[in-house]
Design a binder for this molecule. Sequence first.
Ligand SMILES: [Cu+2]
Length: 158
Amino acid sequence: MRIIKHKNKSFTALGRVCGIAFVSLWLVHPFLAAQEPIKTATEPRLIEVIADHKSRFSVPGQSEAAISVKAGEKVRLRITAMKAANRNRDGSVHGFTLLHPGDHKPVDGWDFLLQPGTQEFVVTAPMEPGNYEVVCTVICSGNHEHMSMKFTVLPSDQ
Ligand SMILES: [Cu+2]
């Protein structure tokens, strides 16, 4: 009888220790969670583009108007557009449309009309590597036909 009592006592003591440990952990866990980084490495890469008043694309900090992405890479396009000679009826001053290397057809989800000012689009690069091209789709000026830029999709393992 005594042994059983003793066992029960030690069981209760163990229960108490566990209970205290659990409560302490529960009290502390919001502080542990607050230590975790809020931003993760999967944040899409920012790519800046300017579509200017002379009907040219450019990339700030680059001498050549060209973009390189990895196949399937998620990127955030920040495009600043300035009016050239003409604008569309909807107010767009330039377009930004990605064309496939082979048939020059627009890539799904990569066809934008640009309003004056800065706008952002989060997009996923095509899965197929190759030399794509970005073209303007608004008859923005006499230079419209020449308004294009290189867009390279690299294999995802490079
Ligand atoms: Cu144009």
